[in-house]
Design a protein around this ligand. Sequence first.
Ligand code: 4AD
Ligand code: MG
Length: 477
Amino acid sequence: MALHSVLELLQKRNTLHDIEVKGWVRTFRANRFIALNDGSTLNNIQCVVDFENTDKEVLKRITTGAALHITGELVESQGKGQDVEIIVKKLIVLGESDPETFPIQPKKHSFEFLRENAHLRTRTNTFSAIMRLRSSLSFAIHKYFNENGFYYMHTPIITGSDAEGAGEMFRVTTLSDSNPPKNDEGKVDYTKDFFGKEANLTVSGQLEAETYAMSLGKVYTFGPTFRAENSNTSRHLAEFWMIEPEVAFLDLDGNMDLAESFLKYVINYILQHNQTDLQFLDQRLKDEEKTKPADQRSEMSLMEKLHFVVENQFKRVSYTEAIDILRNSKPNKKKKFQYLIEEWGADLQSEHERFLVEKHFKCPVILFDYPAKIKAFYMRLNEDGKTVRAMDILFPGIGEIVGGSQREERLEVLKSKMGDLDIDKKELWWYLDLRKYGTAVHSGFGLGFERLVMFTTGMGNIRDVIPFPRTPQNAEF
Ligand code: 4AD
Ligand code: MG
């Protein structure tokens, strides 16, 4: 006897005796047909019960959600809708599921409801498809870097520095919350804390990754990052996963090439390996689009969007050009934007990014050379003295998916920038050392993993592409 996955069995074409399968009941029809799913594929295997010769008490326990161990014969299906099915010879109910209270009924549930039941939502087709794609994308990411000579580096989760300088960090402390030690100024004395100083959850592994790029050459991180920004939007999480490559001797143009080739590779990978799940999500999105007013429907289906990204060059546009386009755009002139673009230097909001990508260029866009004022301290200053070698990649339906830059490698320029922005040079002494000992041009970027999963699954809310989302007022599970 051999235990098989549902995926394996569905690919067989010959009769097999004494096969075993374990999984969960999706539906049980006519006291006869069990649709069994074990997570190995979107598809269920039909298991046919000889109800006349099966104990009535056992039949009653075959309910949606129950875990079963089935032994039987795999045969060509007599019915429509599947090539093969299992004639059940022996059935053991491993775990019952109370049909009165099991939340995942065989019907359509709202995403809100399923979020409240995130521990069970991967028992649905939509969420199992999303999470299999998430896993595939993770694998493709490691594969791309491995094939291209990058080393995988684990950057710390707990850190003393605020890489992005936005002050959106979660504190890590073991001090008493009711009676923390105070210093002479009456403030909390963090020298008495676990790490002897203030510590936080990291917002990015970049600064540490830079140290390794400046010795190992090409590295990347892929880990959790944390941001205490109070943005309750469909694109922000307080805990998200970020992929951050960092490469020595690479300038901004090379960085854009890297990001574009990387994104195309991983999307291509799932197009080649995850067709069943993608086709399902493509249909789901088509059905959802039908419920929208005609003028709000997306012009491309999910599959078309994925192919489009893989097959077309990303459009590279400077921030200055983008501002001109936006300033003269219809929604700006008609005051349709919530934030009107009046002058050079304005920070771009997601409405502007999406206008550029979805309405103006109609393709992924790489914006570069942003005003220094709106970007992080570590980006390389251009000759004009007011823009930095930054790049953001904007995707349709998502907005910013990648943020990156060429790093400031000149010690004096970096120090003066840190001075202007009031960034603690003592805290980042080791970061400055990189500019003292063998400094060189280097670049990197950060890809928000969940934004990539949103794009590739067609999901509209970032809470639905991570197993257990952490957002303001929510850390359940
Ligand atoms: O643009 P960001 O802030 O860039 C950095 O952190 C750099 N240190 C990256 C680097 O150069 N190594 O963040 C990078 C990406 C964004 O483009 C976005 O996709 C994602 O991370 N991101 C978030 N995703 C989900 N929830 C949030 N709150 C996010 N904030 C950023
Ligand atoms: Mg950014």
